[in-house]
Ligand binder design. Structure first.
Ligand code: GDP
Length: 449
């Protein structure tokens, strides 16, 4: 190898950047589909649909290749299997735990000087997928057990009509003092069932988040944490739970933030607004609260306790309303406006933030074809897709999206019924997306120049 070529390779290594992107969102938000489709776009040989991703649009992108993950103890995101599922017209299994995927992206620089220095530039992209429920545990670190238990109990009290919640409360009230291994296990299981039932009712800010998504901690004594009636502030069960709360914060929440979250450079938060609209007023209100709580974690100024504790370095946050393909195109803007309105506080306060934020309405995998039907009032846009529940082909108008948080009265008069379709392939037997290229431009555009 001649000296200039060696110098070029040396230059390349020096120039390789490393960027870590976290993908999160509450369960069902679309994380698995998003990562699979994003990685597919970055690694496929075929001409990508990426008009808004400058490096691809300008023909400077050479390609992306999967690489072994640096941390072999973490699960690898099952990209190949998930992609196969989508290409067979099925949705892959959702995120249950943290996983990672690493890629090397090669591209030609748009700068003459950098082009002279090396044949190509490369960037190491590490994607971390994790359940948003884990992120909702963060506020526990700034709480005492007494505050936490009062708050968690209030959520239970508001859901007493739910049978699983009533069952937990009945078991708890039968004796609020006794502590033994069988009883704490039984109460943990009942509380877990109560949390799951509340989640099905659209309740989202549920703690401890790990009890909902335990992953490798399933059955661990660290997850034996449940709230007591706030009238009880002493006694053996109270002391036991106080210890458990401390252990959970120290051994579950803190390590997650230190090891993974604090190391991220950029973050994507996926939000299923359409699912929440289908589920009703309570679900949408809960989604907004959970979202504000999630967004709060990116508003760390130098004085925040979070900033001091974890020194995070996230510089960009993308809030993405997922599944926009379930709408006719005229409604995409409404979906965007709805999400913006739900996030109003964090975006309004953007000038105080250390990170840049963007809001998009996108679809990772398009599941419907756009069409038109003739109605008495003229042509009407409609969607055609295969229904998830029975695979039947169906043509419908999915409905309008409100541009701001609808009131309870609107839900009383109107039922939102956005469909659930199976993935659809295009004429080239590939899946299509909506605005993933804009997401990539926001997340990586500045690094691939
Ligand atoms: P996760 O729990 O956040 O990993 O969510 P998934 O990615 O598994 O998505 C949950 C479900 O949402 C899927 O099974 C699909 O039914 C639906 N979904 C996800 N992404 C899309 C999308 O881009 N378009 C449509 N129409 N549905 C989607």
């Amino acid at each position: 190898m001649d000296v200039p070529a060696k110098a070029k390779i040396f230059g390349q290594r020096l120039l390789q950047q490393h960027v870590r992107i976290g993908i999160t969102g509450l369960s069902g938000a679309g994380k698995t589909a998003f990562i699979t489709s994003l990685v597919n776009l970055l690694t496929q040989d075929a001409e990508p649909q990426a008009a808004f991703f400058d490096v691809m649009q300008q023909g400077r992108f050479i390609g992306g290749q999967l690489q072994p993950n640096a941390n072999l103890q973490l699960a690898r995101f099952p990209f190949e299997f998930n992609l196969q599922q989508i290409l067979q017209g099925r949705w892959p299994a959702s995120t249950e735990q943290i996983s990672q995927l690493t890629l090397e992206l090669r591209y030609h620089s748009g700068h003459v000087l950098r082009r002279r220095l090396s044949q190509y530039q490369s960037i190491r992209l590490e994607i971390t997928d994790y359940p948003g429920e884990w992120l909702l545990d963060l506020p526990m670190l700034s709480q005492e057990f007494a505050d936490w238990t009062a708050q968690a109990y209030a959520a239970l009290a508001a859901n007493q009509h739910v049978p699983a919640v009533a069952a937990y409360l009945a078991a708890l009230h039968s004796d609020q003092q006794a502590v033994d291994a069988l009883r704490t296990r039984m109460l943990t299981d009942l509380y877990q069932q109560a949390l799951r039932a509340m989640k099905q009712q659209g309740w989202l800010a549920l703690q401890p988040g790990r009890l909902l998504r335990p992953a490798e901690l399933a059955g661990s004594p660290l997850l034996e944490l449940f709230p007591l009636d706030p009238a009880i502030a002493v006694g053996p069960l109270y002391s036991f739970l106080q210890q458990q709360f401390k252990a959970y914060c120290q051994q579950v929440v803190t390590p997650f933030y230190q090891q993974y979250f604090a190391g991220l450079d950029r973050q994507v938060i996926l939000v299923d607004c359409l699912g929440a609209l289908n589920d009703g007023f309570a679900a949408l209100t809960q989604l907004q609260q959970a979202l504000l709580q999630l967004a709060e974690q990116f508003r760390y100024g130098p004085d925040s306790w979070f900033g001091r504790l974890f020194k995070p370095r996230i510089s960009k946050v993308l809030f993405a309303a997922s599944k926009a393909d379930l709408l006719t195109p005229d409604q995409h803007r409404n979906l965007l406006l709805l999400l913006q309105q739900m996030l109003r506080q964090p975006l309004y306060q953007q000038q105080y933030q250390l990170c840049q934020t963007e809001v998009l309405a996108l679809a990772s995998v398009v599941s419907a074809q756009l069409g038109q039907v003739q109605t008495a009032s003229g042509p009407q846009a409609c969607l055609q897709g295969r229904l998830q529940q029975n695979g039947e082909l169906c043509t419908l108008y999915p409905g309008d999206v409100p541009i701001s948080m609808p009131s309870e009265a609107i839900f009383a008069q109107h039922r939102f019924e956005f469909p659930k379709f199976l993935p659809m392939l295009n004429g080239k037997q590939q899946s299509s997306h909506l605005r993933l290229d804009q997401a990539l431009q926001f997340l990586l555009g500045d690094l691939l120049q």
